[in-house]
Design a protein around this ligand. Structure first.
Ligand code: PA5
Length: 428
């Protein structure tokens, strides 16, 4: 089971305040369980785990199998919670340099015309054997009206229709049961549709069709992922103490004046997982002047960019490490005769051992420098443990935001940029 290490952060908080936060967390967890907190109509991400829909998993797997056998490129068009989870799981469990299966390309997560133009030019380019690329598109938008994916989808849709007679089969839409422009397009064109239930918000949707179709299309075992989350759900329903200790500590640290939570990892495959967590936490807790700003750091890289700031800058940050305890076999160092580079002292050590010492050393230095460090550990990184981690994060942030007295499931502030942008664009 994915687990926490809180030992390097506890001493930074007043123990009586920690006990208060812990008591509050117990009540907050009950509010999640009993649907008595704010936004009770958004707790469907728990219900799908309580009562797994195996038929839906099988349907997604079947379509993903078809896509994997027929597509050279699979374009995933969505923004925020509609794509970050899929990207996170793919990057964590896929290979760094994939050589088989369809190439997965994300679109609709910004409005760069240059990107879209180059993407379409890339889709137009024939394969090495001169054949046309076979392309499938999955557009994902709960509201069906978000401008970034909607605009990209307009171009991608036109391109697919102009290039394939069976275009209608190559476009798969994931959206709400009803409403939104996407549902109108689905009706008119008879595209295949997956529904994101109304009671699951975008950033809590990775274990619905929103995340599962692109994840399965990348060749990842979605049953293991999903049932890893079910496992965590059942585990925390029985005994939430470890999770509540984490929430209480994070809350007590926030109450003691911390302003930032730096999500860091020494494992590059966890970079996008940190990005998913950053959005889940940030959009859930940043309300009414409250919340820890989630900052994403990739180590060792960022030790050489903002490491100085972490070590000696303002003391208003805590650090959350994502750690893989046992890595799959990788490279090991062996001594060479010249030892010109002076690295023979690493003789016999694997990169994982070296990286683990880098983590321990960094933790030691940061704690000494006044940064509380929490870590979340994957005993091994696989679909099952990643599923556990996903639910752990979803539950932890829901309980934590209840501790703050806020609604974890809405994002009213995101509307403000949209209003200003639409006014400037002259939207009727
Ligand atoms: O978590 C959320 O609800 C948001 O990040 C949404 O996922 C994001 O704004 C995209 O919205 P939609 O899926 O409606 O296009």
């Amino acid at each position: 089971m994915v687990y926490f290490n809180l030992d390097h952060a506890k001493s930074f908080v007043d123990q009586s305040k920690l006990a208060e936060s812990r008591k509050l967390a117990e009540q907050s967890f009950k509010d999640v369980q009993n649907k008595t907190g704010k936004g009770p109509e958004w707790l469907g991400w728990r219900d799908i785990l309580k009562d797994p829909n195996d038929a839906l998993l099988a349907d997604i797997d079947r379509l993903a199998g078809e896509i994997r056998s027929k597509a050279d490129v699979f374009v995933v068009c969505g923004i925020g919670g509609s794509y970050l989870g899929a990207r996170a799981v793919q990057e964590a469990l896929g290979t760094f340099f994939p050589s088989s299966g369809p190439e997965i390309i994300f679109a609709g997560h910004h409005m760069s015309g240059r990107y879209l133009k180059e993407l379409i030019a890339y889709l137009d380019q024939p394969k090495a054997d001169g054949e046309k690329k076979s392309v499938y598109v999955n557009v994902i938008s709960k509201s069906g009206t978000t401008i970034e994916p909607a605009l990209s989808f307009r171009f991608l849709r036109d391109w697919v229709h102009a290039n394939f007679e069976d275009a209608q089969k190559r476009i798969i839409c994931t959206t709400s049961e009803s409403g939104g422009a996407l549902n109108k397009l689905i009706e008119t064109n008879k595209y295949k549709k997956f529904v994101l239930p109304d009671d699951i918000g975008g950033r809590f949707s990775v274990l619905s069709a929103v995340g599962l179709l692109p994840i399965a299309a990348a060749g990842i075992d979605i049953r293991s992922l999903f049932y890893g989350a079910v496992d965590a759900y059942q585990n925390y329903e029985k005994d939430p103490s470890e999770l509540l200790d984490y929430v209480a500590l994070r809350h007590a640290l926030y109450e003691s004046g911390m302003a930032m939570d730096m999500i860091a990892s020494f494992e590059p495959e966890l970079g996008a997982v940190g990005g998913w967590m950053q959005q889940l936490f940030g959009e859930s807790e940043g309300k009414n002047g409250k919340g820890l700003f989630p900052v994403l750091l990739g180590y060792s890289t960022d030790l050489h960019s903002v490491g100085q700031m972490v070590q000696q800058g303002q003391r208003n940050m805590l650090e959350t490490f994502l750690v893989i305890d046992k890595a799959p076999a990788s490279l090991s160092v062996s001594a060479n005769e010249e030892n010109t580079d002076g690295l023979n002292y690493l003789d016999g050590k694997s990169f994982h051992e070296i990286n683990s010492k880098a983590f321990e050393g960094t933790r030691e230095a940061h704690v000494e420098g006044g940064v509380p460090v929490i870590s979340i550990h994957f005993p091994r990184l696989n679909a099952h443990s990643l599923g556990q981690f996903i639910y752990l994060c979803e539950l932890a942030i829901a309980v934590y935001v209840y501790n703050l007295g806020e609604n974890p499931f809405d994002q009213p502030g995101v509307e403000d940029y949209k209003k200003a942008m639409f006014r400037l664009l002259g939207k009727p």
